[in-house]
Design a protein around this ligand. Structure first.
Ligand code: UGA
Length: 434
């Protein structure tokens, strides 16, 4: 099939590349000329495990192309994916201006039947809005379909190629057939393509992300309470996660969820609830609790040093909002950096992938180390903000040789309490007490 993907951000690029991988001919469109030129040279603009191999292979095979010209890209395409940004506006609701602008442009361009697919996370009613914008501009037949993505950063290729399910919202039989044909190769293991109306598909995405954010936040609260009563959250997590109705995944407590999706989507769903006269009390409190959780480790730092950390130096391992990505959007580490610097402390940071992004954002407010061990040089304590695999089994002798005191504040519960006790560390983690 011939496919056009408008927008080569994270979602667009993974979508385009994975559809090319299954034999489709894909052309990706972006207004950023520099980015398109780089991709035409075979340079991949984002870091995502395994994507580079597929990207290169499909360019070489002539199935993956890039252009800035929307008209030529959509000319022969049967399906047009819209993978455009929907940033939160000032009031927290999703800004649809990019999507509606492209819809308007498409209205002036298309010459024959197209299936136009909303891939971006968009509020309920967006497919209807896109349809209306197009209808104002063209009399050519088209269908607008909602097909939300459920990709996790760091696992996006796997999630795309082997999805738990594919959700397709359309009321058109013709579009349904096209989407079914397109997604058949991805659901060979018997995972379903779930067809529904457009609005239900749009809401499914928000409901899924908000539920997951709530699950994490609930566990974070249980962890905080564990500390009060002397229980161990690792045990509680295992105890509750074995109930198949709850499940073991997404129960790991930490320093709050971040990233480009959960914070934005929870906020947008709460906001669209309000607009429809419905108050999502649960989401309001998820947001409030998560904000506090991002500074949970700093509360522990304050408690440890009696509230005075001016002049102290902290090594920080991990800056990305989670491992296997260079994404720092809404990363708890950034909130912690602000709090530490505000209190007069110094931060020596190390992250395997995200340092360039942090440098661009906060500059020389903190210093950057070449390696995880270099970050420890002369520091008073180590703070762990992201659970990169490299931090899971470090050389503790090396760590204690470099730190002024054996003090670790771990926001991701990487180490066993017994081990830290034996090694003589003062070790603070989330929901577990020494
Ligand atoms: C999330 C969803 O998992 C995807 O299904 C969805 O498609 C995507 O948002 C999106 O809307 O585009 P992502 O933001 O890449 O994916 O990251 P996750 O792996 O889901 O992690 C989100 C946050 O939750 C991270 O800050 C992570 O540290 C935190 N988390 C996750 C926990 O604190 N505990 C857990 O047990 C799991």
């Amino acid at each position: 099939m011939k496919i056009a993907v408008v927008g080569t951000g994270y979602v667009g690029l993974v979508t385009g590349t994975c559809f090319a991988e299954t034999g489709n001919e894909v052309i990706c469109v972006d207004i950023n000329e520099e980015k398109v030129a780089a991709m035409q040279r075979g340079e991949i603009p984002i870091y995502e495990p395994h994507l580079d191999v597929l990207f290169e292979r499909n360019i070489k095979q002539g199935r993956l192309h890039f252009t800035t010209d929307l008209a030529s890209a959509v000319k022969d395409a049967k399906i047009i994916f819209l993978a455009l940004p929907t940033p939160p506006g000032e009031d927290g609701s999703a800004d649809l201006s990019y999507i509606l602008k492209v819809a308007e442009d498409l209205g002036g361009i298309i010459q024959d039947y197209k299936v136009i697919v909303d891939k971006s996370t968009v509020p309920v009613g967006t497919a209807e809005k896109v349809t209306n914008v197009l209808k104002d501009k063209t009399s050519v037949q088209f269908d607008v379909v909602s097909n939300p993505e459920f990709l996790r950063e760091g696992f996006a290729v796997d999630d795309f190629l082997k999805p738990d399910r594919v959700v397709v919202g359309t009321s058109s039989e013709k579009a349904r057939k096209v989407m079914e044909e397109l997604y058949k190769p991805f659901v060979r293991q018997g995972n379903p393509i779930i067809f529904m109306d457009e609005k239900s598909a749009e809401l499914t995405k928000y409901a899924a992300n908000s539920f997951l954010a709530t699950k994490i936040t609930f566990m974070n609260e249980i962890a905080n309470f564990c500390e009060k009563v002397g229980a161990d959250v690792d045990m509680v997590r295992r105890g509750v996660g074995t109930d198949t109705r709850i499940g073991p995944r997404f129960l790991f407590p930490g320093i709050g969820y971040g990233g480009s999706c959960f914070p934005k989507d929870v906020q947008a769903l709460a906001k669209s609830g309000k607009e429809s006269g419905y108050e999502f009390k649960i989401l309001e409190s998820v947001m409030e609790t998560n904000e506090k959780q991002k500074l949970r480790l700093i509360e522990k730092v304050d408690a440890h040093y009696g509230g005075d950390i001016a002049g102290k130096t902290f090594a920080m391992w991990g800056l990305a909002f989670k491992p296997d990505t260079d994404d720092i959007r809404e990363a708890p580490a950034l909130y912690m950096i602000d709090a530490l610097v505000e209190r007069g402390a110094k931060v020596q940071a190390y992250d395997p992938e995200a340092m360039d992004n942090v440098k661009r954002l906060v500059g020389d407010k903190i210093s950057y180390a070449e390696s995880m061990y270099e970050a420890l040089d002369g520091a008073d304590a180590l703070l762990i903000a992201t659970e990169w695999s490299a931090f899971r089994n470090p050389d503790f002798e090396k760590i204690s040789g470099k730190l002024k005191e054996k003090v670790i504040f771990d926001g991701r519960n990487l180490y066993e309490l017994d081990r830290m006790r034996d090694l003589g560390y003062s070790y603070e983690s989330i929901g577990r007490s020494m």
